[in-house]
Design a protein around this ligand. Structure first.
Ligand code: BV8
Length: 232
């Protein structure tokens, strides 16, 4: 069985990580074009660095919730049969037990050097432009995909979507492409499609089935449904 799971900010909401578009979300205090575009970084690099430094620091105060843990259990049983792709840049999937996570929009705990192109595991601030561990240049930026930049791993993602038996979207508003289009690609290639979200997403009509509620309840229940027939 080939399952592709796409997650968004909603899966981390109950862990205390703010989503983007909910009332108290990240965009409530900012405009996308002011903090999540290459142009914003060119114009006000320190302000953009602070936006990500705050989120990186906040990772120390959050913990995985039952939804993350349930997906870790699903991977333990299905192995390569599960492909987990996330729009999130937090490390809660990994801390919840998932070992293979495709971060299509990058990761807070990675720094990308604009001089040598090298990536380094990074837990500190970047606003003071520390030297790149590889080349020494003060050119480290957050290793995240901004609007207008190309998401990571699209070829692998598309390959998995095309041979999925089941596509499940968890905790995403379906507002941002190309992630929001994955359901249509999977369905066109014959996959069953399921949306698990607090409320109907912008793409909810593309899903064969939708269940609405909190991820910490919906996801463990769904994982049990998948694993019980397999004897787990
Ligand atoms: C690209 C990383 C080309 C940084 C992010 C016009 C039409 C179509 C597309 C475009 C267009 N104009 C421009 C575009 C392209 C653009 C885009 O889509 N813009 C939007 C605004 C229209 N996209 C891009 O630029 C992308 N690049 O297109 O390159 C390309 C394409 C294909 C192949 C090759 C090249 C790059 C976009 C990446 C931007 N970076 N994040 C950072 O984190 O700061 S986006 C960011 O917002 C997230 O990563 C995520 O992807 C996105 C959406 O957020 P969600 O995760 O869905 O969170 P949100 O708050 O929106 O929703 C939360 C949901 O959870 C809600 O539904 C809520 O109900 C639910 N929820 C809340 N609590 C719970 C819950 N569910 C369950 N339980 C709960 N407890």
């Amino acid at each position: 069985m080939n399952i592709v799971v796409l997650t968004g900010a909603g899966i981390s909401a109950e862990s205390g990580v703010p989503t983007f578009r909910d009332a108290d979300g990240l965009w409530a205090g900012h405009r996308i074009e002011d903090v999540a575009t290459p142009e914003a970084y060119e114009a006000t690099p320190t302000a953009v660095q602070h936006f990500y430094d705050e989120r990186r620091r906040a990772l120390a105060d959050v913990t995985p919730n039952p939804a993350h843990v349930a997906l870790g259990r699903l991977e333990e049983v299905l192995g390569e049969g599960l492909f987990l792709v996330t729009q999130n840049i937090d490390d809660l999937h990994e801390r919840g037990g998932s070992q293979q996570v495709a971060h299509m929009h990058g990761e807070l705990l990675s720094a990308l050097c604009r001089s040598c192109g090298g990536r380094s595991h990074w837990t500190d601030d970047l606003y003071d432009f520390p030297p790149c561990p590889r080349c020494g240049m003060p050119e480290l930026r957050p290793d995240v995909v901004w609007f207008g930049e190309v998401p990571y791993g699209m070829d692998v993602i598309q390959g998995r979507l095309m041979r999925a038996d089941l596509f499940v979207s968890i905790g995403t508003s379906g507002a941002v492409y190309p992630a929001a289009g994955f359901v249509q690609m999977a369905a066109a290639c014959g996959a069953r499609t399921l949306e698990l979200n607090l409320e109907p997403s912008e793409g909810t009509d593309f899903f064969a089935e939708a269940r609405h509620g909190r991820a910490s309840e919906l996801v463990p229940a769904w994982v049990d449904e998948v694993l019980h027939p397999l004897g787990f």
